[in-house]
Design a protein around this ligand. Structure first.
Ligand code: HPA
Length: 270
């Protein structure tokens, strides 16, 4: 993997991806942040050596380098999911690349279902902690110790300082920002009623199919991390309606302006 990483990093440096400070992973329906980035360079994933190739159709699959709120940023427009058949090493490969290019902070967004029924559709939730229910780790491979500590500490995977900044920005801008535990599942099927009951019992406030692998690897690399979920559906096992992916995307889009405000203002403070 080390050789692959070096090749990819060299390619991107040659393309002008010089010393970015912040990495941003954009989730489902949150792509509009890109309109606020002064783009310096962009490359399709399928042109980047050793990058997994984007498959989910509503993801554009581009790595973008530019300036946002006065900082040099790399934005992943479209991420890789375990449910698309990628390995966890593939899913998290871009995080390793962004770290090698120089980022110190990783900001992540995603779409998630609200398990905590005090949280409503199209509201946002700051991830305070997580539960990994994907059944595997992105660090479980031979040679991981050459890239960082094998037994990575996860006592505080989300940066407390960034999170309190997020909370004060939300307050100043009248944005509802819940805080809670995100549980990652494999997907791509949604959960059964019994599964939603279980997820609530084990302490989850929101459920989704991403983010945790990237956050684990970011911790492996000692990056500062923060993540925000847009809640796209209410997972009430006693009144569960069939899910509709168009609704999920529409609900994510409704929250997008708030998500963009949070990210732009937060980056200014870094
Ligand atoms: N479950 C899993 N992933 C999701 C959900 C959900 O209810 N909503 C959005 N992503």
């Amino acid at each position: 993997m080390i050789k692959h990483i070096e090749e990819t990093v060299e390619y991107l440096r040659d393309k002008g991806f010089e010393s970015p400070e912040v990495g941003i992973i954009l989730g489902t329906g949150l792509g509009q942040l890109i309109d606020d980035v002064d783009i310096i360079k962009q490359v399709s994933y399928n042109h980047i050596p050793n990058f997994p190739t984007a498959t989910v159709e509503f993801h554009k699959g581009k790595l973008i380098y530019g300036k946002l709120s006065g900082k040099k940023v790399i934005v992943m427009q479209g991420r890789f999911h375990l449910y698309e058949g990628y390995s966890l090493q593939d899913v998290t490969y871009p995080v390793r690349i962004m770290e090698k290019l120089g980022i110190k902070t990783l900001l992540v967004s995603n779409a998630a279902g609200a398990i905590n029924l005090n949280f409503k559709k199209s509201e946002l939730m700051l991830i305070d902690d997580h539960i990994n229910l994907q059944g595997k780790s992105p660090l479980a491979f031979r040679g991981v110790e050459l890239l960082g500590e094998r037994f990575t500490d996860m006592s505080a995977p989300y940066d407390a300082e960034i999170n309190s900044q997020f909370e004060s920005i939300a307050k100043q801008n009248n944005i509802t920002l819940h805080k809670g535990v995100y549980v990652s599942v494999l997907g791509p099927q949604l959960e059964t009623r019994a599964e939603y009951r279980m997820l609530k019992l084990i302490g989850a406030d929101a459920v989704g199919m991403s983010t945790v692998p990237e956050v684990i690897v970011a911790n492996h690399l000692k990056l500062k991390v923060a993540a925000v979920s847009v809640l796209t559906d209410e997972c009430d096992p006693d009144n569960l309606e069939p899910i509709n992916i168009e609704d999920i995307i529409a609900n994510a889009a409704k929250a997008e302006p708030n998500m963009i405000t949070l990210f732009k203002e937060l980056i200014r403070t870094l």
